[in-house]
Design a protein around this ligand. Structure first.
Ligand SMILES: *Cc1c(COP(=O)(O)O)cnc(C)c1O
Length: 344
């Protein structure tokens, strides 16, 4: 890619972008000693980190991430989506992992600065999004298994392409009979970095077999649906929506919550409950929900040799309605009665 003057349009082909890493211009960084307040964060050029080999995060995985998007509306506004919920979720995660807690105000200020100082990387309306990645981790050196003496709060951003290029494609999923994502009392309910590496090998194997992702069942009964990779699960039966209740093992997705609230506002009944995999296999529609794809239709689920197919591989009507309504709010194409989309 050709370098351009700062502030100029990057020489980037927006339409060939995928969900992959691109280095941008600027990043936010702040530090905090254990037991003290956060020092004022600064914006700096995107750069590599200096870290002690004994940093808590690389020895014991003390860290979490967040994921959120900025979008350019048709009228030029730059919209975030419920960023205060990312801030609050990160606070809960930091407490669970024994880390210094970033205030909502500091979190939102960092996100705003990162969007503003990388604004040339925000794709034009309808051509992609700026994915924002906040990180909080133990950066101080520590040898024993204990909370690190220093924490870093970092925010960077990466332009990503449209998830569904040329229309929504229902995905094929497989239930894992071998692996679980989280157990009661563990860290499944927070975006702890340590939750993700154990899912990579099962997910890679499922992809090699032609599936888009794995569905995890609960670790106690191996019967109730938990999540789809790193997205939440929904199914629709007789026009009622079902999604696994939050028991601490499931990540409380902001797309999940927004889908529930939006569906209810459209007159649907939504039940947060235990969702038996056998019930889900017999549902009319199924989809997953997360920041990356927003709402992604599920075409089929394989479980123990049986395959459930939804809507003959087409996108279900309820799934489509919710996808259209949610993305219209996120992209500023529809009124936002909920106040979900503050501008930067
Ligand atoms: C981030 C994440 C989700 C989706 O959360 P959103 O806030 O909607 O992006 C679901 N499950 C897991 C495991 C996740 O990490």
């Amino acid at each position: 890619m050709e370098e351009t003057d700062s502030g100029a349009e990057p020489a980037i082909d927006w339409d060939s972008m995928t969900f992959s890493f691109t280095e941008t211009d600027r990043m936010y960084i702040a530090k905090c000693k254990q037991g003290e307040d956060w020092q004022a964060g600064i914006m700096q050029d995107f750069q590599e980190l200096r870290l002690s080999p004994a940093a808590g995060v690389i020895n014991y995985g003390q860290g979490l991430f967040e994921g959120m998007k900025a979008r350019r509306a048709e009228d030029g506004r730059v919209l975030l989506f419920r960023p205060e919920l990312n801030a609050r979720r990160a606070q809960g995660g930091s407490r669970r992992l024994g880390m210094a807690v970033v205030s909502e105000e500091m979190f939102l200020d960092a996100v705003h600065q990162v969007v503003q100082e990388n604004i040339r990387w925000l794709p034009p309306n309808g051509r992609g999004e700026l994915y924002i990645r906040p990180l909080i981790f133990g950066s101080g050196a520590i040898l024993g298994v204990a909370p690190a003496p220093e924490y870093t709060f970092l925010v960077y951003a990466v332009p990503v392409g449209l998830y569904f290029k040329g229309g929504m494609n229902p995905i094929a999923l497989k239930v894992s009979n071998e692996f679980h994502r989280a157990a009661p009392g563990g860290s499944g309910g927070v975006k702890a970095i340590g939750n993700y590496a154990p899912g990579m090998m099962p997910s890679k194997n499922a992809k090699a077999e032609g599936y888009a992702e794995i569905i995890y069942l609960d670790a106690v009964h191996h019967r109730y649906v938990e999540e789809v990779g790193a997205a939440n699960f929904f199914c629709v039966k007789d026009n009622v929506l079902y999604t696994p209740e939050l028991t601490g093992t499931i990540l409380p997705g902001i797309t999940r919550l927004s889908t529930i609230e939006l569906a209810r506002s459209l007159g649907y009944q939504v039940l947060e409950t235990k969702v038996d995999i056998e019930f889900a296999m017999g549902a009319d529609e199924a989809f997953c929900a997360g920041t990356a794809a927003v709402i992604s239709p599920i075409g089929s689920i394989e479980h123990g040799g049986n395959v459930a197919t939804y809507c003959d591989g087409e996108v279900g009507a309820v799934t489509k309605q919710l996808y259209d309504a949610l993305t219209a709010i996120q992209e500023g194409r529809a009124p936002d009665p909920f106040g979900w989309t503050p501008s930067v």
